[in-house]
Design a protein around this ligand. Structure first.
Ligand SMILES: [Zn+2]
Length: 1233
């Protein structure tokens, strides 16, 4: 509803008022500074300029004028601030931030925004500020912060007019972060939005197609790409990129046909791509690879040559050229080419490998060793152990054959001191390739460095920075060579590869693995090794293509844009760069050659070979991305303090975060329960520096987010604050009038929800393994003893194990045994998760090299009968294995003790895969009559259905929550870490025969786990993760750990984080319950709001539920009552306001009504709950499909709602009556069962 105008207008008066104030303090009259003051017209114009115009300012027509105005405004503001010694209205800084942002002076923009942030406690109400801050963070590649800022914009203002731009950027960032699910969601949300945005819809579609490709969903990707090609008037650049992707995908992906067809398809696509964009060095390069793989050597050379001519020299291309030469038996030329490659990118593992092989084939083991060492040292090489083996073989050989004649004659000269190859092709049949004119264009970093040095005095700041960087990299590289092979290259250690002129190059992913695995098989003698190398080299030339391909598929396409980019490299605050720069960026995004994931080692976790490139593209100007590595720009800007800053900020930020207050954003239904005594700390700065220097860009430290007090969220806990419904109604109709004593409560916005910080003070280390609250039952009476219920729901007990429950109640668990299940419903669907069988409580990456949080589990489906078969055969197999082990044990028992000592260091894996049968739906009471009946023997508070269970008041089914689900397990089956949906409690009974092991972390620590997930590029809510216990110990997170035996019931309290693995073969049954407690309700609402911020669907429709509670339940707990009433008031207010607004706008509201057991409604686009007023397209309405939109999504599709009808589900009078009649019940035992 709010247009952009709102925030613009808001900023304007602040400015002029301020200037008046400032002026009033000074003697009137035009002094020297007077010339700097702004005219009324200028102020008027400036009031229309803020972050929302970023990327949209048309600086081509009026550019110079606007830019001059902005520069002038910045000067005026700065001098005013200076004169007032910084004591100006906070709005001032916000404006200054906007102006600097529009001028693309990011350091100053950041500094000003930070200043505003530190001064304005309710900064979060200012969407334009959050948006501007997000854009700055985005520019700096500080995605973590950018995501937060953008999410908060959408939370506080769901109808934000740049929502599309935000979704687009969120999509891009989540893609880079490998959170593909979120990425897809945001791209789709961007796509349905008809507002303008800096990417066209075909470009967004392209990203979606590429997202499929990245996830190896090749058929979907192909389909999406091909569909794009059908688009009318597809821009040439998009067309070229799509065709390039299709071509490269066909070259790489086996699924897409037989070898010959694929390759010819690939070549056709690439040729078509070159028709659309003949200047793409990348497409030429890919084409070269295709030709090479089918043995068309000439064509391959020509294509490579074209590639080098079209773009700047790339290590990939040189590496491939080397391979081609080597295959042609031209070792000298191959040598030169490889050297080119490693000089361009010292971390190019594939080139080092190839060079090593070349040396080996020429009988120069000493040189080969050096190369392999370099390869092993490279970040892109993940197969170091193989390499090490090879190196050992060579060293052994050398020891026996000390006097080897160098064939290549280069062994004495360190490579870096060797001249760059002056010729590319010695006796090429292709005449024009050897033309010196063309050769000249092949640039090398060294040459570039030289050039920069010569012009040192005439460089702009960007170029100077680049020069410094090149120089230091050059030094590092020299050192690396001269120090010999033992030392790690400092430059390549953590951050940037030395000499990578393109960040994409350094994360070259695992392609080299494939190569290595072919070549590096341990051979007993060097001669054999050589033979093998030769063989594999020729025989696997196809593979070799595949090998370099990751490398090469993350190619340096950026460079092809250098000419365009250099047109706006001037580092002056140039408003023009804004538009041009961004559109260039967008082009790059499009033209960015995209890595084909297939070329990655499928087992490598390093799936992000395209990320650095992507991020460099996202950063913006390619020249900048050339000078830094893929690492955060942030760091390179403030090298002196980045570590400290980042750390302190990270921790600070999380401590800013205090539990949620939910309040109304205007149109979305936002509940408002809250609580949380967030300490009103107000640290002004992180490191004390940045704030003082709003003018100095140098001192800006990026994530200088200071502590903010959250506004007091929940109104006081007195019932009197709740207006009756008539007052609410009046308040909604008189928003601007005074006279309503309580109306301010209705208008309050609450800050965006944030995860809690780690509880303070931290627990001592010896308290980190607390004993699990357990209750042993002996009789039925024990099970129904009321204090048991109270114990379980006590927030102090994150988990309770009720031991021996089944026995005490004489439950027939056999009803849930695999045998009975098969007899009952053998064809019933089972969801299967294919997982790796991991050791003990750890989670390793698939290669077994390091512990990680991410756990892969692929989903498929089968039947109970088939899973039962698998479960049984797995058991038998294990019996057999155990017998074999026993035999072995007898034979080798002596060695046992020594080997176990090393087990911690031993490389894990490869891991067996196992199948976990999960989420089996037992909701059908006809199919599962006996089973469900048996569960009614349970005490009420753990029963699936009971009056005291909130989930029984929904009026409809939520599978797995208020129905039973079954799990069928083999040892090692894992349920990854999670909180239950909307933080509801859960009940889990182990059927047996085997045990399960549980890991449990109290609710208050979920923020810490959320941080760990973010650090590991995982989505806390959506991804599969298995916490590393060592990490948790380090972070002082207590972990309850226990075994659940058959017949034990585990009660997971509201919000408790937990993860589970099967120790033996067993089945489990589980469901959720919602006790009628203040803490359950509060946590459910908090998660409801957090889900909204995270764009995740809340399975429990809390608005719907709250109204049903008000209708059905007597609440005597004042705290619970307060919260429910408060939420109802919020919702009522939102319904009334929206209704009024629609009517005022002349929109007809059609009565629709609803039946009692109808499920709650969700927006089909963004998945927020939609209550009372449903927006349905005319089409859907006439077809009676009633596909629901929320108001915001409806308006994105159709600004004036012309294409929509508004359906009303409740009579306002009805809602008002329910609200008024919901009163605090006299205290009896209302909530106990
Ligand atoms: Zn929506």
């Amino acid at each position: 509803m709010k247009s952009c105008g709102v925030s613009l207008a808001a900023a304007a008066p602040a400015f002029s008022d301020e200037e008046k104030k400032m002026a009033a303090g000074k003697p009137r009259g035009k002094t020297k500074e007077g010339t700097l003051s702004l005219t009324a017209e200028e102020r008027e114009e400036l009031s229309g300029l803020d972050s929302l115009l970023f990327g949209f300012l048309n600086l081509h027509e009026n550019g110079a004028k606007t830019e001059t105005l902005l520069l002038k405004a910045v000067c005026c503001y700065e001098s005013l601030i200076l004169k007032a010694e910084g004591k100006v209205e906070s709005e001032f800084f916000c404006q200054l931030g906007h102006f600097n942002l529009l001028l693309e002076d990011y350091p100053k923009a950041l500094s000003a925004y930070q200043r505003y942030y530190s001064l304005q406690s309710d900064y979060w109400k200012n969407a334009a500020f959050l948006y501007g801050l997000g854009l700055v963070y985005f520019y700096y590649n500080a995605f973590h912060w950018a995501i937060k800022a953008f999410q908060e914009v959408l939370y506080v203002e769901p109808s934000f007019c740049r929502a599309k731009e935000i979704h687009l950027r969120l999509g891009l960032m989540f893609k880079v972060n490998t959170d593909y699910e979120s990425s897809l969601k945001h791209f789709q949300l961007a796509l349905i939005d008809s507002n303008p945005c800096t990417l066209s819809s075909v470009e967004i579609q392209f990203h979606i197609a590429h997202l499929y490709e990245t996830q190896r969903m090749y058929h979907s990707a192909k389909e999406a790409y091909e569909q794009l090609l059908q688009t009318e008037n597809l821009p040439a650049q998009v067309k070229a990129t799509v065709l390039q992707q299709l071509g490269w995908m066909h070259h790489n992906v086996d699924l897409l046909g037989d070898q010959a067809t694929k390759e010819s398809c690939a070549i056709q696509y690439l040729q078509k791509s070159l028709e659309a964009d003949p200047n793409s060095g990348q497409s030429w390069y890919f084409l070269g690879r295709c030709y090479s793989s089918i043995g068309k050597v000439q064509d391959a050379f020509i294509s490579y040559r074209q590639s080098i001519d079209k773009s700047e020299a790339s290590a990939d291309t040189w590496c491939s050229i080397g391979v081609l030469y080597q295959q042609q038996n031209q070792p000298m030329d191959a040598l030169q080419a490889y050297i080119c490659a490693v000089q361009l990118d010292h971390g190019h593992a594939a080139a080092w490998m190839d060079l090593g092989t070349l040396y080996e084939s020429c009988n120069q083991p000493q040189d080969a060793i050096k190369c392999y060492l370099n390869a092993a040292r490279s970040k892109s090489c993940s197969n170091t152990s193989m390499l090490t083996g090879r190196i050992k073989v060579l060293q052994a050989y050398k020891a026996h054959h000390p006097n080897t004649e160098p064939v290549l004659g280069l062994s004495e000269t360190p490579i870096s001191q060797q001249p760059l190859p002056v010729h590319m092709i010695t006796y090429s049949e292709v005449d024009d390739l050897s033309s010196p004119a063309k050769r000249k264009r092949i640039s090398s970093p060294a040459k570039y460095l030289e050039q920069l040095r010569t012009d040192r005095d005439h460089l702009n700041p960007t170029q100077k920075l680049m020069l410094q960087q090149l120089e230091s990299q050059f030094v590092l590289m020299q050192q690396g060579f001269n120090k010999g092979q033992n030392s790690h290259l400092p430059g390549s250690n953590d951050e940037q590869p030395s000499f990578s002129t393109d960040p994409a190059l350094y994360l070259q992913a695992a392609s080299t693995n494939i190569q290595t695995s072919h070549r590096m098989l341990p051979t007993s003698s060097i001669t054999q090794g050589l033979a093998f190398n030769h063989l594999s080299h020729t025989a696997t030339s196809g593979d070799q293509q595949g090998i370099c391909c990751t490398k090469e598929s993350t190619p340096s396409g950026n460079r092809s844009f250098v000419p365009e980019i250099s047109s706006h490299t001037e580092d002056t605050p140039n408003g023009c760069a804004g538009v041009k720069g961004f559109s260039n960026r967008v082009q790059q995004l499009m033209a960015e050659p995209i890595c084909s994931p297939n070329s990655r080692d499928s087992t490598s976790p390093n799936l992000i070979s395209d990320n650095p490139q992507m991020s460099s593209v996202l950063i913006g100007k390619a020249n900048e991305s050339m000078m830094t590595g893929a690492c955060d720009k942030v760091n390179s800007i403030h090298p002196e303090s980045h570590t400290k800053t980042n750390n302190s900020v990270a921790s600070l930020h999380s401590s800013v975060i205090s539990t949620t207050a939910a309040k109304s954003a205007d149109q979305t239904t936002t509940l408002g329960v809250t609580s949380i005594s967030s300490p009103h700390i107000r640290l002004q700065t992180v490191n004390g520096k940045g704030l003082e220097n709003s003018n100095s860009s140098k001192n800006t430290s990026l994530p200088m987010i200071s502590h903010k007090p959250d506004s007091p969220i929940i109104p006081s806990m007195s019932v009197s604050i709740y207006s009756n419904s008539t007052e609410v109604l009046k308040a909604c109709r008189n928003l601007d009038k005074n006279g309503l004593s309580n109306s301010h409560n209705l208008l309050d916005k609450c800050p965006p929800p944030r995860p809690p910080t780690s509880p303070y003070p931290p627990l001592p280390k010896d308290k980190l393994n607390p004993p699990t609250p357990s209750i042993y039952l002996e009789s039925k009476r024990d099970a129904f003893f009321p204090p048991l219920h109270q114990f379980c729901i006590n927030p102090k007990n994150p988990v309770t194990v009720i031991r021996g429950l089944a026995g005490a109640l004489k439950l027939d668990l056999g009803l849930f045994s695999t045998k009975t299940l098969v007899e009952a419903n053998n064809e019933h669907t089972v969801e299967v998760r294919t997982q790796l069988l991991q050791p003990a409580d750890e989670n390793w990456d698939p290669t077994g090299t390091k512990k990680i949080w991410r756990c892969e589990s692929n989903r498929s489906h089968t039947t109970i009968a088939k899973y039962a078969q698998y479960q049984a055969s797995s058991f038998q197999e294990s019996l057999r294995e155990e017998n074999e082990k026993k035999m072995q044990h007898r034979e080798y028992s002596d060695n046992e003790s020594t080997s176990s000592d090393n087990s911690g260091r031993r490389r894990k894996g490869p891991f067996k895969t196992i199948k976990f049968g999960t989420n089996i739906d037992l909701s059908d009471d006809k199919k599962w009559k006996l089973q469900l009946l048996e569960l009614t023997k349970l005490p009420a508070f753990v029963r699936v259905v009971s009056a005291g269970n909130l989930l029984s008041h929904l009026g409809h089914t939520i599978l797995g929550m208020n129905t039973v689900q079954l799990y069928m397990k083999v040892p090692g089956s894992r349920t990854p870490g999670h909180q239950e949906n909307n933080n509801f409690c859960s009940v889990n009974i182990n059927i047996g025969p085997g045990d399960c092991e549980w890991f449990v972390v109290p609710e208050g620590y979920w923020g810490v786990l959320n941080d760990f997930c973010e650090k590991n590029n995982l989505n806390f809510l959506m991804s599969s993760w298995w916490p590393n216990l060592e990490d948790l110990y380090e972070a002082n997170v207590p972990v309850y750990r226990f075994i659940q035996r058959p017949g034990d019931l585990v009660w997971i309290n509201a919000g408790t984080v937990h993860w589970v693995q099967a120790v033996g073969w067993c089945n489990n049954i589980a469901w959720n319950v919602g006790p009628l407690t203040a803490s359950q309700y509060k946590l459910a609402v908090e998660r409801y709001e957090w889900n909204k911020l995270q764009s995740v669907k809340s399975l429990v429709p809390m608005v719907h539920l709250s109204w049903n509670m008000a209708r059905n339940i007597k609440v005597s707990d004042p705290k619970l009552f307060e919260m429910i009433k408060y939420c109802l008031m919020k919702i009522l207010k939102q319904c009334l306001t929206l209704r009024e607004a629609l009517i005022t706008a002349g929109k007809e509201i059609t009565w629709h009504g609803r039946t009692n057991d109808e499920p709650a409604r969700y927006c089909s686009i963004c998945e927020v709950e939609v209550f009372d007023l449903l927006f349905v397209t005319n089409e859907s309405n006439s077809q009676k499909t009633y596909i629901v939109h929320c108001q915001d999504c409806a308006r994105k599709a159709s600004g004036n709602l012309d294409n929509f009808v508004v359906l009303e589900e409740y009579k306002i009078e009805d809602l008002m009556q329910v609200y008024d009649q919901f009163t605090l019940a006299p205290s009896v035992s209302s909530s106990s069962s």
